[in-house]
Design a protein around this ligand. Structure first.
Ligand code: PLP
Length: 382
């Protein structure tokens, strides 16, 4: 078994695994399960600071993104796809699949979307049904500022769809304050449950847009409208993966009982970045680092696969490379959720230090020592 220090899936706490092994009922027929499902959705909404309802869908994170686009897009709709990363750009595919016309606003992939650039763009053209935006674009780790960008989109009358699968709970999310109509999250990143579930929050405006469609939603599995009055009707569009939802509930309660979770992510991430930079390594981004993942440019002396192999086989630790335009270019350390603690991050950085030295990469300082020094003054106990 490896220690999983990847930016999803992350490590899962024993109480989450135990919750998944609980005796089950028939989730289609037992009214207690409808209560349990609804309470779990309400917990998601309250943790994300929204009065909007949430839905848990039986499928990986990608399902949430597709469901948002499937449910909102009608043939011919123009959709603004804000693109400063792989997932950002990827929204264009979902929009096209459902007959929409994606218009890309592409900005620098090494830094967050600049609110003023967005405003300038929208002043010229804001004839869009909705806009898509990624909170943390995980392949590069770039973090977009929802609190600044979403209100600008709302000023111009656009619905906002946000992919926060790899940021929610590790970075602040305030849905109502920011004006987020649909936020998509997933079970296997910061939430630290196993892969398998996605959740979405739905504003009244998003629901109204679905109700006002001229054409039916071109999907069954990705149709958010079908959940309309699941509780009153005691009916789900498909059988809910009950064990996954038991586990998700426990993972969310772990987050609820962890009031310092954002601070913990921030301290671990800052110390990691400081340690990487002092050693003379390069971070991929110029600014806008998410506190959930650190993305390091691969030193020229070696390769991603050499590093990942030694980390895995010599140290028993999994970190990740990346994909798309970053394939072979960067390493990613996922210090999110259960992974964001002093002990696991220390072991990972120790292993990385040994690995890089063995592979002939000169380091200016000890990664681990700087990491420790950076955390030394913090009073958090984690
Ligand atoms: C992980 C992730 C998803 C979901 O992808 P899956 O392959 O379904 O897990 C979506 N968006 C972002 C930004 C992610 O990091």
């Amino acid at each position: 078994m490896y220690k999983i220090m990847t930016p999803g899936p992350t490590q899962v706490r024993a109480n989450v695994l135990a919750a998944r092994a609980r005796e089950r009922t028939n989730p289609d027929l037992d009214s207690e399960f409808y209560d349990f499902y609804r309470e779990t959705c309400q917990l998601i909404s309250s943790l994300l600071h929204t009065r909007h309802e949430s839905l848990i869908l039986g499928g990986e994170g990608i399902l949430g993104l597709e469901a948002a686009c499937a449910s909102l897009t009608e043939p011919g709709d123009r959709v603004l796809v804000i693109d400063n990363g792989v997932f950002g750009k990827g929204f264009a595919d979902f929009v096209s699949l459902y007959g929409g016309e994606p218009i890309l606003l592409t900005t620098d992939y090494r830094s967050p979307v600049d609110p003023e650039a967005l405003r300038t763009f929208l002043k010229k053209d804001h004839n869009f049904k909705y806009a898509t935006l990624v909170h943390c674009d995980t392949p590069s780790g770039v973090l977009n500022d929802l609190g600044k960008l979403c209100p600008i989109l709302k000023e111009f009358g656009l619905l906002t769809v946000v992919d926060s699968v790899s940021a929610s709970f590790g970075e602040a999310v305030r849905i109502d304050e920011s004006g987020i109509d649909i936020l998509c999250g997933g079970s296997q990143k910061v939430v630290s449950a196993p892969p398998g579930l996605t959740f979405v929050t739905l504003s009244p405006d998003a629901l109204a847009a679905m109700n006002d469609r001229r054409t039916p939603i071109a999907s069954f599995y990705a149709n958010l409208q079908l959940f309309g009055d699941y509780y009153e009707k005691q009916w789900f569009p498909y059988t809910m993966p009950i064990h996954d939802i038991y586990g998700l509930r426990q993972a969310l309660e772990n987050i609820q009982n962890d009031p310092q979770i954002l601070e913990r992510h921030r301290l671990i991430a800052e110390a990691t970045r400081t340690a990487i930079v002092s050693a003379g390594l390069d971070l991929f981004l110029t600014s806008g680092h998410s506190n959930t993942v650190t993305v390091v440019t691969v030193p020229e002396e070696t390769t991603v696969s050499a590093i990942l192999d030694r980390m895995k086989h010599h140290h028993g630790i999994m970190i990740a490379g990346s994909f798309d335009f970053l394939d072979g270019q960067v390493l990613r350390i996922g210090h999110m959720g259960e992974n964001a603690n002093r002990q696991d991050t220390t072991e990972t950085l120790e292993a990385l230090e040994e690995t890089l030295s063995t592979l002939g990469v000169p380091l200016k300082t000890s990664i681990t020592e700087v990491f420790h020094r950076s955390l030394a003054s913090s009073e958090l106990d984690f």
